[in-house]
Design a protein around this ligand. Sequence first.
Ligand SMILES: NC(=O)c1ccc[n+]([C@@H]2O[C@H](COP(=O)([O-])OP(=O)(O)OC[C@H]3O[C@@H](n4cnc5c(N)ncnc54)[C@H](O)[C@@H]3O)[C@@H](O)[C@H]2O)c1
Length: 361
Amino acid sequence: MQCSIAEMKVQSKHCNNYGRNLLVSVTGSRIMRVLVTGGAGYIGSYIVEELLQNGHDVRVLDSMLWGDDALEPFKDDDNLEIREGDIRHIEDLSYAMKGMDAVIHMAGIVGDPACGVNEQATQSVNVEATKSLVEIAKLHDIDRLIFASTCSVYGASELMELNEGSFLNPLSLYAKSKIDSEEIILHETHDKFSDDNITSTILRLGTIFGWSRRMRFDLVVNILTAKAVLEGDIPVFGGEQYRPLVHVHDASRAFVAVLEADEEKVDHQIFNVGDNDLNYQIKKVGKIVENTIDDAEVRFVEHKEDNRTYRVSFDKINHILGWEAEKDITDGVEEIKQWMAEEDITDYSREDMRNSEYSYM
Ligand SMILES: NC(=O)c1ccc[n+]([C@@H]2O[C@H](COP(=O)([O-])OP(=O)(O)OC[C@H]3O[C@@H](n4cnc5c(N)ncnc54)[C@H](O)[C@@H]3O)[C@@H](O)[C@H]2O)c1
């Protein structure tokens, strides 16, 4: 049975902290109880691992669209609690947020193709659920909220380099839904007449690459690597377009760095997450894959449809948090190649390894 946010207000218990703010994580920050929505996903499962390693207590809320195998190695960890549930359901959100200090909000319908399949579902999962999440976070005295947005909010641009203050030019429903959620979070977590504000941060991620326990082969570096390994073919569509890329391990480190940063540095801030040296033209990505995988060759395909191109500045996260990427594209290509050999992966089109055409109910 669904219940309203007003009813939740009555039921809500202010049960955060448990005196835990006296305890310190391995990086010297206070240990937190952190809810990760979408924590069984490609990036979310990596964040869970990173949080546990740093000594935080973690709860996952995920509808397990792709199963929960990515969390298998951590299931016996006393500091991890896994809940299957839907961010569209107020009870699931409320239950998951009880007793938490922070929320890392990763769950959603991800990518242009998947968002285009069912526009109503995209609106409900990627935008409406964010509104509920913020309301419920306030009721539960959540201290910090970090949201996974995307650099694709910048869309196509002639500008040399885009930064967090640049004009937004969303070219897809996915990018629009992310902008709507950013606005909800930034506006609704701050009220100068209220004491219950939440320290909120938006992270605009570049396109992710690399191996994760929930693998995705619908991302450019990953799919080019898989095709190179299995078919010796690296089809590059167009190739002139720029993409800011970042390894899944580094993206996860960025979420944890923001979580553990001084409040004044991250409150109400937007950070692009990536590295200036990882703004690559796709044709260069193809060449790196070619140089890393034996007997594979780039094949250029004329292509005019995908006109997104953007180069992004990552100076802000570097200057304010001292954060920089540790891994480059070759690292990602090599680890995927090795994993495919070890696990005998022969099909990159498996439904559980791509989001592209997922039909959302
Ligand atoms: N992968 C990228 O290149 C990239 C780039 C920029 C931003 N992001 C953002 O990062 C986040 C995670 O992306 P990902 O690549 O890990 O994708 P993913 O599909 O692997 O992870 C999303 C997770 O959310 C869960 N989920 C979906 N709908 C849900 C619902 N209604 N309730 C609860 N859980 C639900 C899924 O089961 C899945 O585990 C997304 O918000 C995405 O927009 C990803």
